[in-house]
Design a binder for this molecule. Structure first.
Ligand SMILES: [Zn+2]
Length: 76
C-alpha cells in the first residue's frame, strides 16, 4: 500500500561492534536497504558504514492472516 511506513534498524557494520545505532521509519517506496551512507556510531565514537535491517515484519504477516477465511483460523 502506498504511504505505508516501515521500521528499519540501523546497525554499525564494524565486526567488533555491530551495535544498533538507531531505528528509523521510512516510507516503503523510499526504502533503501543497500546503503553505503556513513553514520556516527556512539560505540565506536566515529563515523561508520551503516547496515540496515527491516524490523516491521508483523504488519505484512497480519495482512496475510486477514485474507484467510475465518474457518482456517480454527486449524492453525
Ligand atoms: Zn560501532
Amino acid at each position: 500500500m502506498a504511504g505505508d511506513e516501515i521500521e528499519i534498524n540501523i546497525f554499525c557494520t564494524k565486526n567488533e561492534c555491530r551495535a544498533k545505532i538507531e531505528t528509523v521509519s521510512v516510507k516503503k517506496e523510499n526504502m533503501m536497504l543497500t546503503s553505503s551512507e556513513k553514520i556516527f556510531c556512539p560505540s565506536c565514537n566515529e563515523d561508520v558504514t551503516e547496515y540496515r535491517e527491516i524490523t516491521g515484519r508483523s504488519e505484512s504477516r497480519d495482512e496475510e492472516l486477514n485474507t484467510l477465511p475465518a474457518s482456517d483460523y480454527m486449524n492453525l
